[in-house]
Design a protein around this ligand. Structure first.
Ligand code: Q9C
Ligand code: ZN
Length: 336
């Protein structure tokens, strides 16, 4: 299997995140990449391919131009300097961007836990490029393709970053694939993909199905409820299945099957994009489901049984030591 990845993605290094008023070690560690690459090397049947940088139009198909310019401008930060937003306009959002000062970064952000540094832009563009190349390859060959997207993407909306996400890799791939057919996104990250949902909320050519921890208890708290079904043309093309934290793999698989059945009644997609979050593993530092390495194999097998051209995009997964073997187990199941 082809696995798209660029070493530029490693240059995004954030040390701390704010949570409950305290600084904690940042969960989206660079070592997540090494864990996955190591598993691929040991397995031997992966071809790691450096993606070409995607066309700017692919970014513009999802994100506002002023947002992209803002993210790009963080390249001017000094080494060791970060922008950590902490003031967020709410009632009457006006950017007040002239002159731009880092303390107004909250205009483009929804979460004080996610920061920017000088290499964030190039790493995020490389990560999105991996997704874009994977989509091109699957479109051309019909083969399943994996992209090691880190930083991840599903929390990023058209004009806001957060949840360790800056560019919505899944949405960028979906916008490319939807030019040649209907797309179903299946998001199995522990957290609801608020960014992906919002980008396709009024669309009937992109279905968004997400199974995640209930937002009444878990991040991102404000979206991911069952009553969010889409608007306008997109009504019934958004399906959220929230599960209680600590749900068992059995409950998880029942919910997944139910979700897939419901989704396929509404759309028979030409392509499937998996927002593949491995923070549903038992013991993840910020995820609280109970999947084992063997469960990831079963999950891969179930998703392959849908028999659609599929691209698999990395999202979360923070138990670094297990991440690589879980990704590999999933991909083995998917190819079985
Ligand atoms: N105490 C993804 O999985 N909040 N993002 C964590 C930890 C942020 C996760 C709080 C969670 C974002 C792509
Ligand atoms: Zn997550």
């Amino acid at each position: 299997m082809k696995a798209y990845y660029s070493s530029l993605q490693k240059k995004h290094v954030i040390k701390k995140e704010v949570y409950n008023g305290k600084a904690h070690p940042y969960n989206d560690k660079v070592s997540r990449i090494d864990s996955i690459l190591k598993a691929f090397r040991n397995a031997g049947n992966y071809e790691v391919v450096v993606p070409d940088i995607l066309p700017y139009d692919a970014l513009l198909s999802v994100h506002d131009e002023d947002y992209l310019k803002f993210l790009e401008s963080a390249q001017n930060l000094k080494n060791d300097e970060i922008i950590c937003p902490y003031v967020f306009p709410c009632d009457n959002r006006i950017s007040r961007h002239e002159p731009f000062i880092p303390k107004r970064a909250g205009y483009y952000c929804f979460d004080a836990g996610t920061s920017l540094m000088n290499h964030t832009w190039s790493a995020a563009v490389a990560s999105a490029s991996a997704a874009y190349s994977a989509a091109m390859h699957t479109k051309k060959t019909g083969e399943p393709t994996y992209a090691l997207c880190r930083p991840p993407g599903h929390h990023a909306s058209k004009n806001m970053f957060g949840g360790y996400c800056y560019l919505n890799n899944t949405a960028i791939a979906a916008k490319y694939l939807v030019k040649s057919g209907n797309v179903m996104i299946i998001d199995f990250d522990f957290h609801h993909g608020n960014g992906t949902q919002s980008i396709f909320y009024d669309a009937s050519d992109v279905f968004y199905l997400s199974i995640h921890a209930h937002p009444k208890i878990e991040y991102p708290y404000f979206t991911g409820f069952e009553d969010e079904i889409g608007i306008d043309d997109g009504v019934n093309y958004n399906l959220n299945i929230p599960l209680m934290p600590l749900s068992s793999p059995k409950e998880y698989f029942i919910a997944l099957q139910k979700g897939i059945k419901k989704a396929f009644k509404v759309m028979d997609p030409d392509y499937i994009i998996l927002s593949a979050g491995f923070d549903i593993e038992a013991g993840d530092p910020i995820g609280h489901f109970n999947m084992s390495t063997d469960d990831f194999y079963i999950l891969g097998k179930e998703l392959r049984s849908l028999k659609k051209p599929t691209i698999i995009l990395q999202e979360g997964g923070y138990l670094v030591n297990d991440l690589g073997k879980n990704v590999e187990s999933f991909l083995n199941g998917f190819q079985s």
